[in-house]
Design a protein around this ligand. Structure first.
Ligand code: PMP
Length: 478
C-alpha cells in the first residue's frame, strides 16, 4: 500500500466508533490560540498557530508524508528503500512517522548544536542518526548537507528527502497550513508571521494567503547571525554567525524559500527569543520551543513598530514543542552558561534561597527566654541573629549578636542571672513574603543585617543574611 492510500484513510465513523486508521490523518488541523499576557497593551488579535499539536510534536509532520508520497509516485522510492535527510530534528520525526507506517528505513544527519533530546527522539523511531559539526561551511564535506548527499550515493534504493530544495515542502504548507489559517480566521487574517528554516512554512502559507487576499502581509522572523534578514533587505550575502535558537535562520538561501512572497523580515536575538519562549510557557501555558519564542518576540516588535490597531488579526506560528529543549531553554544552568542570565535572576524568590540554604533549620527565640540560653543557642548553631516570636509563633522582632554584646557591655549594667532578652529585641526588622524577588531582598539587605521571611500569618519561615544571598548567587554561577 502506498502512503497515499494510508493517508487517505481518514477518520472513520461507524456504529458510533470514531477513530483514525493510522496516525497520518491526525496531522494538521492544529488550533489557533489567542496570546493574552505576553501581548498585553497591544491592540491586534494575536493568534498562535500551535503546531506542537501534530502527532510528532512539530509543524514538520506536515511535510514528511507528502515527500515520501512524491518519491513513491515518480518511482524514486521503492519498497524496502531508505530515506536520508539533513535535519535539525523535526523533519526527521515527520519522515520517521510516515516511514514507520510504510516500512522504509531512515538515516538522519544532524548538526551537533542540536539538543540531545532530538537525537534520542529520532533514535526512538528506529532511525540511524549521524551527527556532524555545526561550525563548517555548507560546501565542506563534513557539513550536514554534504554528509547526507554522500549517504544517499552510498546506500542502495535511497532518496534524499531534500527539504531545503524539495518543492513538495512549501507545497504541503500551501495545501494544508495556509487553508487552515484562512478558514480558522474566516479570511480575516491581516498578518502572517513565522520563523524561517527551509522557508517551506513561510513560502507555502504566504503564497496561499496572498492568493486569497494579496493585502495579507507575510512577515519572516530571523535570528541575528542568520543571513536571511540582510539578503531580503538589501540583497547582500553576509557571513553567517552562530546563535542558539534551533530550526530557524540559515547560512545560505534554501531553494524552498521564496523571498518574493515575504514583505518584511524582523531580526531577533537569542536572548529575546529564549526569554519569550519561557514566558509563553509560564504565562500562556504554551509549551513551545525556542523558534516559537523567536516568532512571537518578532511579531510583538513588528506590531509595535507598525502600530497595528484593533483591526489587525495576526497569526504567528509556534513550530514545535518545548519538550525538545528541556536541557536548554528550560534549564536555568544552560541559560546562565550562555549569558541569558540577568532576567533569570528575576525569577528567583526569597523562598528559593531559603530552601537552598545548607542548613534549612530555622531557630527562633521568645521574649521571655534567658539571655544565657539565647547566647548558648546562637553559639552552638553558629548563628548571628535570631527571630523572636510570640506564643502564636508570630514575629515580634530580632535579636542579633551585636545587640546582645552592646547590652552586656553597658557600663552601668549589672547582669542578673535570670535576665531575659526582652529589652534587647529590635522590632524594626525588614520582613518579606516567600515570593519576594531577589532585587527586593538586595535593597532591604544592603544596609541591614538580615531579612526575615514570614508566611501570610506572620509566622517565620526563614531568615536571610548577606552571606546567604552571596552563597546562593555563587552556587548559581558555574
Ligand atoms: N522551528 C523549528 C523548531 C524547526 O525545526 C523548523 C524547521 N527547520 C522551523 C521552525 C522552520 O520551518 P521551515 O523549515 O518551514 O521554514
Amino acid at each position: 500500500m502506498t502512503i497515499s492510500d494510508l493517508r487517505s484513510a481518514r477518520t472513520t465513523i461507524g456504529e458510533g466508533i470514531d477513530y483514525h486508521d493510522n496516525i497520518l490523518s491526525t496531522i494538521g488541523h492544529t488550533p489557533l490560540v489567542r496570546l493574552n499576557a505576553v501581548a498585553s497593551g497591544l491592540e491586534p488579535l494575536i493568534l498562535a498557530k500551535v503546531e506542537y499539536f501534530n502527532p510528532g510534536g512539530s509543524v514538520k509532520d506536515r511535510i514528511g508524508w507528502p515527500i515520501i508520497e512524491d518519491a513513491e509516485r515518480d518511482g524514486r522510492l521503492r519498497p524496502g528503500g531508505t530515506i536520508v535527510e539533513a535535519t535539525s530534528g523535526n523533519t526527521g520525526v515527520g519522515l520517521a512517522i510516515a516511514a514507520a507506517i510504510t516500512g522504509y528505513r531512515c538515516i538522519f544527519v544532524m548538526p551537533d548544536k542540536m539538543s540531545q533530546e532530538k537525537i534520542l527522539l529520532l533514535r526512538a523511531f528506529g532511525a540511524r542518526v549521524v551527527v556532524t559539526p555545526t561550525a563548517v561551511e555548507p560546501e565542506d564535506p563534513r557539513s550536514y548537507y554534504s554528509v547526507a548527499r554522500r549517504l544517499v550515493e552510498e546506500t542502495p534504493n535511497a532518496i534524499l528527502a531534500n527539504q531545503y530544495y524539495n518543492p513538495v515542502n512549501p507545497q504541503a504548507h500551501f495545501e494544508t497550513t495556509g487553508p487552515e489559517i484562512w478558514q480558522q480566521t474566516a479570511g480575516r487574517i491581516t498578518h502572517f508571521i513565522t520563523g524561517m528554516g527551509t522557508g517551506g512554512t513561510i513560502s507555502g502559507v504566504g503564497r496561499y494567503l496572498k492568493s486569497q487576499n494579496p493585502e495579507i502581509q507575510v512577515i519572516g522572523v530571523d535570528p541575528i547571525g542568520s543571513i536571511l534578514y540582510e539578503l531580503h533587505r538589501s540583497g547582500t550575502m553576509t557571513a553567517a554567525e552562530g546563535y542558539k535558537v534551533e530550526g530557524i535562520g540559515e547560512d545560505f538561501l534554501p531553494g524552498a524559500t521564496d523571498l518574493s512572497i515575504i514583505d518584511e523580515i524582523v531580526p531577533v536575538n537569542d536572548r529575546e527569543s529564549l526569554l519569550m519562549t519561557r514566558r509563553l510557557v509560564r504565562e500562556e501555558g504554551l509549551f513551545c520551543g525556542g523558534s516559537g519564542g523567536s516568532a512571537v518576540a518578532g511579531a510583538l516588535k513588528y506590531i509595535q513598530q507598525h502600530r497595528l490597531g484593533t483591526d489587525a488579526v495576526v497569526v504567528v506560528v509556534l513550530p514545535d514543542s518545548g519538550s525538545r529543549y528541556l536541557s536548554k531553554v528550560f534549564d536555568d544552568g544552560w541559560m546562565r552558561e550562555n549569558g541569558f542570565l540577568e532576567q533569570v535572576w528575576s525569577d528567583v524568590r526569597a523562598g528559593d534561597i531559603q530552601s537552598q540554604k545548607a542548613s534549612g533549620q530555622i531557630f527562633t527565640a521568645r521574649a521571655g527566654d534567658l539571655l544565657r540560653d539565647v547566647v548558648t543557642l546562637m553559639k552552638s548553631h553558629n548563628i548571628s541573629q535570631l527571630p523572636v516570636v510570640n506564643d502564636e509563633s508570630r514575629l515580634i522582632g530580632l535579636v542579633s549578636e551585636i545587640d546582645l554584646l552592646n547590652h552586656m557591655l553597658l557600663a552601668d549594667h549589672v547582669h542578673q542571672p535570670d535576665e531575659t532578652i526582652e529589652s534587647m529585641i529590635n522590632s524594626d526588622v525588614p520582613v518579606v513574603g516567600p515570593n519576594a524577588r531577589l532585587e527586593t531582598l538586595m535593597s532591604l539587605i544592603s544596609d541591614r543585617a538580615a531579612v526575615v521571611i514570614v508566611d501570610g500569618d506572620d509566622r517565620v519561615t526563614g531568615i536571610l543574611t548577606k552571606i546567604d544571598l552571596l552563597d546562593f548567587l555563587s552556587s548559581q554561577i558555574r
